[in-house]
Design a protein around this ligand. Structure first.
Ligand code: PGA
Length: 271
């Protein structure tokens, strides 16, 4: 069995002191867990969080929420992989909020994935559909018609375009984050709308089948596919025991130490 991976996406949240306190309390609570844990603070808090995590357990890592794909140059406001690689091991690429709000295209996402790999960073490639796929809903799972969307938010287009030009060896270094856009919380409890575990697993299976077609069954089997979208302490169990899901990408619930640690413990089978 793959070691579960839990990624905390803090998005544009936390003050400097919140970030340091959160990192510190997570550090003190996850050392005994059989899971890899990645904290992705806002760019400006990466360095102070890294300092806070100086003596951290081996299973706790840092990640960035985004990057540009060239090494340096006239790109006001952007951060390069060369800058990031001395601070982080992971980088989130193609999050739906960036695809939606910053018009990131599949080609740009692919440039970023390739550049992350060239720079020794582990890309967390996010893919996800805008609307629930009828074929996998509880009523129609297994029968209905495939969902058609514009290709920017077409799951398979995102997956295959994101991995364009990525070799079989490098593919194993890419983490696929399946995040249905409709399931991502809007930052408050009322808007929580996670996929059900069966749906998420069915789509993860579809993703793995596409990976098998592209890279062969063994490579696809070794790749890590995680679920994200309103994961919390109450529903993590629903996802973590699905055969095709190897972990979780957690947004809102990663900002509360107690809840995030509980999610990590459940993911590690220690809930
Ligand atoms: P959420 O965010 O857990 O708040 O839904 C997940 C994400 O967008 O990465």
């Amino acid at each position: 069995m793959k070691r579960p991976l839990v990624v905390a996406n803090w998005k544009m949240n936390t003050s400097l002191s919140d970030a340091v306190i959160l990192a510190n309390s997570i550090k003190n609570s996850v050392h005994d867990l059989d899971a890899e844990i990645v904290l992705c603070p806002p760019f400006v808090w990466l360095y102070p969080v890294l300092e806070e995590l100086e003596k951290r357990p081996k299973n706790l890592h840092l990640g960035a929420q985004n990057m540009w794909f060239t090494s340096s140059g006239p790109m006001t406001g952007e951060i390069s992989p060369v800058m990031l690689k001395s601070l982080v091991k992971y980088v989130i690429i193609g999050h739906s909020e960036r695809r939606k709000n910053f018009n990131e295209t599949n080609d740009l996402v692919n440039d970023k994935v390739q550049s992350a790999l060239e720079n020794g960073l582990t890309p967390l490639l996010c893919v996800g559909e805008m609307k629930k796929m009828a074929e996998f809903t509880e009523e129609k799972r297994g029968r209905g018609r495939p969902f058609k969307a514009d290709t920017k938010f077409d799951l398979m287009t995102q997956l295959l375009a994101g991995l364009n030009g990525v070799s079989k060896d490098d593919a194993e270094k890419v983490i696929i984050c399946y995040e249905p856009v409709w399931a991502i919380s809007k930052g408050n409890a009322e808007s929580r709308n996670a996929a059900d575990g069966g749906y998420a697993n069915a789509v993860a299976q579809k993703i793995r089948n596409a990976l098998a077609k592209k890279y062969g069954a063994n490579t696809a089997e070794r790749m890590t596919v995680i679920y994200g979208g309103s994961v919390d302490e109450d529903n993590i169990k629903e996802f973590i025991y699905q055969p095709e899901i190897n972990g979780a990408l957690v947004g809102g619930a990663s900002l509360k130490t107690r809840e995030f640690v509980k999610i990590c413990r459940e993911a590690a089978g220690r809930g």
